[in-house]
Design a protein around this ligand. Sequence first.
Ligand code: CA
Length: 236
Amino acid sequence: MAETILLVEDERTLSELVTESLRRHGYRVETAFDGDTGLFAAETSLPDLVILDVMLPGMDGWEVCRRIRENPATRRIPVLMLTARREERDLLAGFDVGADDYMKKPFSVNELVARVGSLLRRSAPGVARVKAVQAGRLSIDTEKGEALLEGAPLDLTATEFRILEILAANRGHVVPRDVLLARVWGYSAADTRTLDMHVSRLRRKIEEDPENPKILLTVRGRGFRLCGEDDRHENP
Ligand code: CA
């Protein structure tokens, strides 16, 4: 069955262009032209992915994304945000509300379609996975798709979980930045800063002191490593 994309974009011309292109690639597309209708559509039709413009009439894209993440029924749906604004603080705000990816206008529709494809592929079930992995206070159950911190479920976005899942499969070993970028986003053009922002957001959720991480470690000049069994002896 074709995957359904919800497109929330108030610029009609852009909406039509993106819709047509996604349909040509075999997706079902639903459209909404303001934030409130977009949120309602996300909650009622539970699409496989949401493309969300930031500047919308009524509720803006940040708020729609925040509410999608708050609702247990919709919080795992990948969200790709579109914005005309370029300021760094907007980029940070986007990841703060839990967006999985981000495109600045004007963008190439082909690249948008490529990113939609990779976001959908990585959230698809049925891929061979490792089972539960323990890393310090954190446990990651990739079969159930949940992460627990001292037994309590963590509220993670799809991207954050994917990062943890890849690190968990390589627990105790360094995963190079470019490998992580390619496996999480699935395309080589991904911005390394995007990865850093997700990692710091993740640390705020899993580390006692995010500035001095004990679970998700940076290996300078190489990549990231999820603490292994040996690390626990170093940090009793
Ligand atoms: Ca707009």
